[in-house]
Design a protein around this ligand. Structure first.
Ligand SMILES: [Zn+2]
Length: 404
């Protein structure tokens, strides 16, 4: 069975070290390069869809988490406070929402600014028991692709529909396969924050946003503060878990006393929508490593192109070709030594590099290159600039197939 811990080690994606601590993986250069490409993609997708990004600190005063309700409901999952003095305690945050509420409160808000979409790929910390930790799927340091949308209840339908569209775009680019969609609703006899009418309206807006997608309704599975949609994937062990989520919240806007001036000049309370397109970077990559067997689509492959000179005579041409690929923005290297050409081709295949360029004397003399595509396909020799253009186009299109 494919295990992301084993593959992650073989491909130099991440490292777990007892000195760092359980559930606190270190992203190695290959993993960091892939994650960086994915984060850039997510930020650009969000910016092009009206999100504004912020940076907020991964820890805050205990009072912040009292106000947010996390200390009341979530203390068991939080690390103990760091006491600085008798009246000053800092805590590692278990979620980004409290800081994003402070972003909202940083100045007065008018209805003209809504929907206000605040996004961040930010760190948060959960005090998971050491027995349940493993690889990237259960960690204590989590970097969540998070955003909070502050809007009127009337805007919720359009906002949720837009989030679901972005989830589809992100899944298609990353090569994520959805196993099921779940709409979590109120159940009988439980306590919920928010009025009966708000819940009824929110639930019908979520249903409408789901449109023709197939989904299951889960009565009683909603959080006490609002209904939600979870988009689930299945890992190689057959376990299902939520990757993407859209969650309504009637509670935090009241706790933080969030308001805006409406069109009539009166104070109104926004609704808050928590959403993540692809979950945390840790869980996402744990899933992607297994889903692709380590062979990531070229656009986020740690190394996109490996150049192999056949002999010392073509080493100069190989180095120049790799340099022009790097210049064009690709992640490329040259392996001139380390065994026969066949052995170096096998090493590149084991490293799951999507494109391998072989340059012999004939290619060097002609300024040409023969590309071997991951999976075994060999393309006819082509001029070097054409090879870079071919790779560049597949990367720019975020194609799953190396030769679209
Ligand atoms: Zn949140």
């Amino acid at each position: 069975m494919l295990d992301h811990r084993k593959l992650g080690r073989e491909l130099d994606i991440f490292h777990s070290d007892p000195l760092s601590g359980a559930g606190l993986p270190i992203w190695l250069p290959a993993g960091a390069a892939a994650r960086h490409a994915v984060e850039e993609f997510l930020r650009s997708l969000e910016v092009r869809n009206g999100y504004q990004h912020v940076y907020s600190p991964p820890l805050g005063r205990a009072e912040l988490f009292e106000l947010s309700g996390h200390l009341g409901y979530f203390a068991d999952d939080m690390f103990p406070p760091m006491k600085l003095s008798s009246d000053d305690e800092l805590m590692l945050r278990p979620a980004l929402c409290p800081h994003h509420c402070l972003v909202y409160l940083a100045r007065g808000r008018s209805y003209r600014e809504l929907p206000l979409r605040i996004a961040e790929i930010g760190g948060m910390y959960r005090s998971e028991r050491s027995g349940v930790l493993g690889g990237l799927s259960r960690v204590r340091a989590i970097h969540l692709n998070d955003a909070h949308i502050f809007c009127s209840l009337a805007d919720v339908g359009a906002e949720v529909a837009s989030v679901l569209r972005l989830v589809d775009v992100a899944h298609a680019a990353l090569g994520v396969r959805v196993s099921s969609v779940r709409l979590s609703l109120r159940g009988p006899g439980e306590k919920y924050v928010g009025s009966e009418e708000s819940w009824a309206q929110a639930e019908s807006l979520l249903r409408a946003a789901l449109g023709s997608r197939s989904y299951v309704e889960a009565p009683g599975e909603a959080a006490f503060y609002g209904p939600k949609i979870d988009i689930q994937v299945r890992d190689v062990r057959g376990r299902e878990w939520s990757l993407s989520t859209v969650q309504l919240d009637f509670d935090k806007p009241a706790r933080f006393d969030l308001s805006y001036v409406d069109a009539g000049g009166a104070r109104a309370r926004p609704v808050m929508v928590h959403r993540s397109l692809v979950g945390s970077m840790e869980r996402l990559f744990g899933y992607l490593i297994e889903e692709h067997g380590g062979a990531f689509p070229a656009w986020y492959a740690p190394l996109q192109l490996r150049v192999l000179p056949v002999s010392a005579a073509s080493a100069g041409a190989a180095a120049a070709f790799a340099a022009s690929a790097v210049e064009a923005g690709l992640r490329a290297d040259v392996v001139a030594e380390g065994g026969s050409l066949g052995a170096r081709v096998r090493d590149a295949a084991a490293a799951k590099v999507p494109y391998v360029a072989v340059i012999g004397d004939r290619e060097a003399a002609a300024g040409a290159v023969a590309l071997r595509v991951r999976g075994g396909r060999e393309l006819p020799a082509m001029p070097m600039p054409d090879a870079i253009r071919l790779i560049d186009e597949a990367v720019a299109a975020r194609s799953i197939d190396p030769v679209p």
